[in-house]
Design a protein. Structure first.
Length: 176
């Protein structure tokens, strides 16, 4: 009877950094923009290639300035954006960062699980400056919207004032 118990005993597997991977297959986080939040999710996988369904793992993300691809030497030290890791309590983790204008450039994103790199880590991340054309279009669009709101408020105020003045004329006619 004991052999039956061992035959059907479920294997309890340990998480495996070598199998854990980024969920976004296109790695869209690799092309980031200044002042925009960039994020990615990873799935912790065990040594038998099964998704882990619980949280509590030691997952870390670190962005390091890639000096080999950044030819421009700066006098000021470059401090890379901080990577925030959120445990989703289901075996997935969300890593997010926001870069400032001074932090644009090429970086290496190292993601570790229990101190070991996950599959394909470190990743190349390029943080681009803001697209000036889109910024100008956004400013023009907001200006037009604000102008329309001001005109609408003016028209409504005029109609309300006109309505009150019409009532005053009617009241004056009744009194005479």
């Amino acid at each position: 009877m004991i052999w039956f118990f061992f035959f059907f005993k479920k294997k309890i597997a340990k998480e495996s950094a070598a199998h854990s991977t980024v969920i976004d297959p296109e790695y869209s986080f690799q092309d980031s923009e200044v002042l925009k939040a960039s994020w990615l999710q990873i799935q912790v996988i065990d040594e038998y290639n099964n998704n882990i369904q619980i949280g509590g793992h030691n997952v870390k993300g670190v962005l390091e300035f890639d000096e080999s691809t950044n030819a421009k030497a700066t006098k000021e030290p470059i401090y890379p954006p901080t990577v925030n890791v959120t445990d989703n309590q289901n075996g997935t983790y969300t890593l997010a960062f926001v870069a400032t204008e001074k932090q644009k450039g090429d970086y290496k994103l190292s993601i570790t699980l229990e101190g070991d790199h996950i599959k394909d880590s470190p990743f190349t991340v390029v943080i681009s400056p803001l697209d000036k054309k889109n910024t100008v279009l956004l400013a023009v669009g907001l200006t037009v919207i604000i102008a329309c709101i001001i005109i609408l408020i003016g028209v409504l105020a005029y109609k309300r004032w006109k309505k009150k003045s019409d009532y005053r004329l009617i009241e004056n006619d009744r009194k005479t």
